[in-house]
Design a binder for this molecule. Structure first.
Ligand code: NAP
Length: 554
């Protein structure tokens, strides 16, 4: 092995984990347990990933805290106390820091270190990773815990460089916070981040303009302080709760109505929808078994939400503008907020439609629309989303076998086997990558499933003297087709204008990226693949074994 590359000493580990968010921290814990030497490289100044960077006012999880947490340590899940039904960003960040401290993980995590490129050394069968700090790392395994919503997307808008005010992106919010008191502020976007931020910011600002291109459906989160009886019940039955989540459709404990919306009477349907509204957040997505497959059933739920909007927002024109049209409910990620629609009854909040009259440019003082109207603002907030699922991987652009770079391999859209591995990129594991349930699930469940699988795979390789693993092209093609077919059975196939399809990034191939076949089914599949001796993968033997084998000693 080379000791130096480009004049820099190479630091060797069994595994490099890229990222120290929820996935990276879990990976460090599990790999260390398995006796694998590991170093996590994290670009941020602290652990936490998404929860480190998304510090915008109102940032909060939309999966219940008791579900959105690690299951790998019973002591941890018994002892940690969540203060609210849905934890806010500061509390989740405290939790991740607590886990890092409690399990003494920090000594294997290097902060402020950005992996800028990576390449597979075919002769050594090791990954070489290069950082912005000028360091070079060598590892047998590259575990890409780079996050699926970690590359903030600021749309290219003419004139932004001339803007005299301050501007921010929700996904890269300043650690010291932002003082918006008494200011005229503009928010661009009405997705999940915006719908959480808007009600809070509206209370601080002199005036808030909300620039909306596509109205989305926002459910009331129905957040509240943690009820002691709920916490006790969960903690008493935690193993069963986790088992249920791992086998469920979405990786959590939300109850699904297994009836078709069409099988139910109009009264029963309405009662179900009212119940889902009361339960809040993403519960609406499970109101009927066919809400995401039958357009008529979907429309019943969509119209129910529109009626709620009309009943909440006093100004009729604003209410109608906030009602999503030509958008199946749930096919753009459902939003979960508190007092979102109520906020438009405030005198200091104005909804500005930028669908029919798009943003022409940013001026020195604010935003100019194509019809010539200008909105002057002291600060601009881009709640404009992320280069999702592939952005962080493509930025590193690992180079695999035969010098082939990932961007080239994924030029027509991401291709993976099981959403975990990529043909031509041996020993690289993409945690919650495209082709896995990922953003279609409770991320913590999906993260733990992937890390468990990856660590077991590494243990298998060690036990059998195997040096590299990668999927066959055939297995990858079959899986990618299966992912597309699964989406094709749903309304997602007809709603291509979302980040699920990559449609929010100019030039990105429009391909549905997550796997919608269900977390439980998916987990069974990856478990079966492992138990079958890793069907669809090919291995190479460790050099010592290969040499021995060549010498006819095996
Ligand atoms: P997003 O869902 O992609 O929303 C981006 C918003 O910006 C959309 O309303 C989009 O409009 C608008 N936009 C983008 N470019 C624009 C332009 N040039 N002009 C006008 N409007 C523009 O991003 P996000 O809200 O940050 O959420 C991303 C994902 O992160 C969520 O879907 C969710 O998975 C996750 N998230 C979760 C939580 C939670 O747990 N509660 C909170 C925040 C985020 P169009 O729709 O017309 O493109």
């Amino acid at each position: 092995m080379q000791d130096e590359i480009e004049g820099v000493a190479v630091r060797c580990f069994d595994a490099i984990v890229v990222g120290a968010g929820l996935a990276g921290v879990c990976a460090v814990y599990r790999l260390r347990q398995a006796g694998v030497s590991v170093r996590a490289l994290e670009a941020g100044g602290g652990v936490g990933g998404t929860w480190y960077h998304n510090r915008y006012p109102g940032a909060r999880c939309d999966i219940e805290s008791l579900d959105y947490s690690y299951s790998f340590s019973d002591e941890l899940q018994q002892e940690w106390k969540w203060s609210e039904r849905y934890a806010g960003q500061p509390e989740i960040l405290r939790y991740i820091n607590h886990v890092a401290d409690r399990f003494d993980l920090r000594r294997d995590i290097q902060l402020n270190t950005w992996v800028v490129r990576a390449r597979f050394d075919e002769a050594q069968e090791r990954w070489m990773l290069f950082t912005d700090t000028g360091e070079v790392f060598s590892a047998k395994y590259a575990i890409m815990a780079t996050g699926v919503l970690s590359v903030a997307q600021v749309p290219s808008m003419k004139g932004l460089e001339d803007y005299r005010g301050e501007w921010f992106h929700t996904g890269d919010w300043p650690e010291q916070g932002v003082d918006l008191a008494g200011k005229w502020v503009g928010v661009i976007g009405t997705g999940s981040s915006a719908t959480q931020l808007i009600p809070i910011v509206a209370e601080q600002t002199e005036h808030l303009y909300v620039f909306q291109r596509t109205a989305n459906y926002t459910m009331p989160a129905q957040n509240h302080p943690m009820k002691p009886e709920v916490e006790q019940e969960w903690k008493k039955h935690y193993p069963d709760r986790r088992k249920f989540a791992w086998a469920s459709g979405f990786g959590h404990n939300q109850v699904t109505n297994h009836m078709s919306g069409k099988e139910m009477s109009a009264e029963a349907r309405l009662a179900e929808l009212e119940n889902r509204w009361r339960l809040g957040g993403l519960y609406m997505m499970r109101a009927f078994k066919d809400i995401l497959t039958d357009p008529e059933v979907n429309e019943i739920a969509a119209e129910f939400v529109r009626e709620k909007i009309r009943a909440t927002v006093q100004d009729r024109q604003t209410a109608e503008a906030l009602c999503p049209r030509d958008l199946y409910i749930g096919t753009k990620r459902l939003c979960s907020g508190t007092n979102y629609y109520e906020t438009f009854n405030r005198r200091n909040v104005t909804l500005v439609d930028v669908k029919n009259r798009a943003i022409e440019r940013i001026t020195a003082d604010g935003i100019l629309l194509e019809d010539g109207s200008e909105y002057e603002v002291d600060a601009l907030i881009f709640a404009t989303g992320f280069d999702a699922m592939t952005g962080a991987m493509n930025r590193i652009n690992p180079v695999g076998r035969k010098g082939r770079a990932l961007r080239e391999a994924w030029a027509a859209g991401p291709q993976t086997y099981l959403g975990l591995c990529v043909a031509g990129f041996p020993n690289m594991f993409v945690i919650t990558g495209p082709g896995s349930p990922s953003v279609f699930s409770n991320m913590v469940t999906s993260i733990e499933q992937h890390i468990e699988w990856t660590v077991a795979c590494i243990e298998h390789m060690r036990a059998h003297g195997l040096s590299s693993i990668e999927p066959t092209v055939q297995a990858q093609e079959d899986w990618t087709r299966h992912v597309t077919e699964a989406a094709g059975k749903t309304l997602y196939a007809q709603s291509r204008n979302s980040w699920f399809h990559g449609a929010n990034i100019p030039g990105k191939p429009v391909v549905f990226m997550p796997y919608v076949g269900g977390v439980g089914n998916y987990y069974q599949t990856i478990t079966r693949v492992a138990q079958s001796g890793y069907e669809g993968f090919r291995f190479s033997s460790a050099p010592a074994v290969r040499n021995a084998s060549h010498a006819g000693e095996t």
